[in-house]
Every structure is written in structure tokens, then in C-alpha cells.
Design a protein around this ligand. Structure first.
Ligand code: HEM
Length: 316
């Protein structure tokens, strides 16, 4: 039975035991069976041994049914372009901010009442009476600003590194929708405490939406959900904030990350593209051996058999 540490390392990366050693260190192998007969395990030792193997057994049981190790190997052991730096963590930081918002939001929803007469009182109750209520509310409130800032910084990184170009245009478009949805989360969440500030700020926001060409007035009516901002508006904002937008964000983040894993990330613009290693047709390799060998390459192809000079520079 492999150790847990070995079981979670994907097969291609596991250390292979030396031939003939069967993986047992020398000092552990009994030199002479007569002088050192194998010790019989007591029942307790056998149970302890079984218990030690339980985590590996459970992992193997799950893996046989889910095929997860192949998926995880592809996901976690990917090529990362040269020059990858801290700016590449902004996407994951945005994802982390979203997860924090989702978790703290669930706890706030347990105590919040989306009613025009009780919303303000329920927020006061969270802040003043619920254990850790003010802390969780504060995390959600500040986390909203953090997520908005991070999503803009992440967009800036992908823009300045040219990551919106072929073949990542679709991921950029998904990103734009994610940006709009993040802003919509911040906008709809702002009304929920239903105090003077959130009430008047939402009126300003809804009126700004109303000035948009063609769709403006419809958007205005949809958001207000009635002739005046009031109880119906609060219910509508709550449903958008709690259900509609988070659901869409989760689905789109899934698609966004699928494309990141599938296409890989872009190298920074200042890193020179590496020449792809292409196996040259055999006939060309033969001919190149006579006349086309320049800089360890043959007729412009990088040798993949280790016979080049390894510099990978252009043949010209
Ligand atoms: C909820 C919001 C978002 C989350 C959680 C998110 C998450 C991520 C993550 C984890 C990555 C891979 C690591 C990285 O390059 O940083 C990534 C890559 C990418 N994101 Fe986002 N993202 C979001 C919003 C956006 C926005 C607003 C845009 C642009 C309008 C965008 C465009 C891209 C592009 C083009 C890539 C590929 C980068 C590359 O190939 O180098 N994302 N995103």
C-alpha cells in the first residue's frame, strides 16, 4: 500500500523505485530470515495498520469512481509561461474575494429581513446583537469594494499583457460580462440596509440607468419595480443580489476558468516567444545532417532528439 503522500502525487511524477530494490530501503530488509524471523502482528497492530491505510484506500475508492486524478493532473500540472509574475495572481485574488462574499453573504442572509419596514432593524440586530455579526457584515461590506478593485486590476493586467487576443477573445468577452455582473452585485447590495444613504444613492443609480439610449427607460422601470423606489424595489434588488447574479457569476467563472486551463495563460509581452519544438520529417533530418545544420537546428526545425545545441535560437 503506497503512503498517502505518494498516492496523491500523480503517477507520472512519482519516484520510481530502483530495479530490484522493490522500494524497500536496505536497512529494513531482513538480512537472514533464520536470524531475524518475521514478527507476527498482534490484532491491535493489524487494526492500527488498517487504520493508517484508510485515507489512501478511501482516496483510491473515490478516484476509481470519479477518475479525478487524471483531471487534477491536467489542471494542476500545466505549463506556465516564462516570466509569469505576481500580476497573474489578480484573477485568483478576484476569485477568492468572490468566495469570501458568497460565504459571508450566506451568514448575513440568515439574519437579514428583506422588508422595507424591517430591513434596517435587521441590519442593526446583526451589528449589535449577533455574535461576530458586525465582523461578518464588515467583511461583506469591505469585501465588495475589494472585489470591484481586484476585478478592474485583473482586467487591466489581461489588457496590458494582450491576453484578449486570439485565441482568448471569448474569455475576454466572458470577463466583460463578469465585470458588469460584479458592478451589478455592488449596486444591488448597496440598497439592502435601506438607510437614508442607500435609499438616495439607489435613486441616483436608477436614474443614471434611465438616461441610457433606447433601453434606459425600460431598465429604469425594471429596477424600480414600481412608480416609486420602495418595498417592491427592495425585494427585486434582493432577488437579483442573492439569486440571479451570483448564479450567473458562478456559471461564468466556471466557463472562464475552463478556458484558462484549456488555453493556458499568455506570456508577458516582454518575453520573446519560444520556437515551438516540431519533430522534423526524417528525410529532412538526414538531408540537414549534410547541409542544413545551423545553431543545432536542422533546416529550421528544432531537434527534439537532444542532438541540437539546445539554444533554440533562430536558424538565420
Ligand atoms: C469575477 C471576476 C473574475 C474572476 C474570478 C476571474 C478569474 C480569472 C483567473 C483565476 C484567471 C487565470 C489567472 C490570471 O491570469 O489571473 C483569469 C484569466 C483571464 N481573465 Fe479573468 N476573472 C474575472 C474577471 C475578468 C474580467 C473582468 C476580464 C476582462 C474583461 C477577464 C479576462 C481574463 C482573461 C483574458 C484571462 C486570460 C489571461 C491570460 O491568458 O493570460 N477576467 N481570470
Amino acid at each position: 500500500m503506497p503512503k498517502l503522500r505518494d498516492a496523491i502525487v500523480p503517477a507520472p511524477l512519482r519516484k520510481v523505485a530502483k530495479p530490484g530494490s522493490s522500494g524497500v530501503p536496505k536497512e529494513q530488509a531482513p538480512a537472514d530470515l533464520k536470524t531475524a524471523p518475521p514478527k507476527r502482528q498482534t490484532e491491535l497492530e493489524q487494526i492500527a495498520e488498517k487504520a493508517k491505510e484508510a485515507p489512501v484506500e478511501s482516496l483510491a475508492w473515490l478516484d476509481q469512481r470519479l477518475g479525478a486524478s487524471g483531471f487534477l493532473t491536467g489542471l494542476l500540472y500545466r505549463h506556465v509561461p516564462k516570466g509569469t509574475n505576481w500580476f497573474y495572481t489578480l484573477g485568483s485574488a478576484t476569485l477568492f474575494a468572490f468566495i469570501v462574499q458568497a460565504v459571508t453573504g450566506v451568514f448575513l442572509a440568515m439574519f437579514y429581513t428583506p422588508s422595507a419596514t424591517q430591513a434596517y432593524a435587521s441590519i442593526s440586530h446583526i451589528n449589535n446583537d449577533v455574535p461576530l455579526g458586525q465582523f461578518v457584515h464588515g467583511m461583506h461590506k469591505w469585501g465588495a469594494s475589494v472585489m470591484v478593485i481586484l476585478v478592474f486590476l485583473h482586467m487591466g493586467r489581461t489588457f496590458f499583457f494582450g491576453a484578449y487576443k486570439y485565441p482568448r477573445e471569448l474569455n475576454w468577452v466572458i470577463g466583460v460580462v463578469l465585470l458588469i455582473l460584479t458592478m451589478l452585485m455592488a449596486f444591488t447590495g448597496y440598497l439592502l440596509p435601506f438607510d437614508q444613504r442607500s435609499f438616495w444613492a439607489s435613486i441616483v443609480g436608477i436614474n443614471i440607468n434611465g438616461t441610457g439610449p433606447i433601453v434606459g427607460p425600460y431598465l429604469n422601470d425594471f429596477l424600480r419595480a414600481g412608480p416609486e423606489l420602495g418595498a417592491t424595489t427592495l425585494s427585486r434588488f434582493y432577488a437579483i443580489h442573492m439569486l440571479l447574479v451570483p448564479g450567473a457569476i458562478i456559471a461564468l467563472i466556471g466557463a472562464h476558468l475552463y478556458l484558462v486551463v484549456k488555453l493556458g495563460t499568455t506570456a508577458p509581452p516582454w518575453v520573446k516567444a519560444e520556437r515551438p519544438k516540431i519533430a522534423a520529417p526524417h528525410s529532412e533530418l538526414e538531408a540537414g545532417a549534410e547541409n542544413g545544420r545551423v545553431n543545432g537546428q536542422v533546416n529550421g526545425y528544432e531537434r527534439v532528439d537532444g542532438q541540437g545545441n539546445g539554444t533554440g535560437t533562430s536558424p538565420a
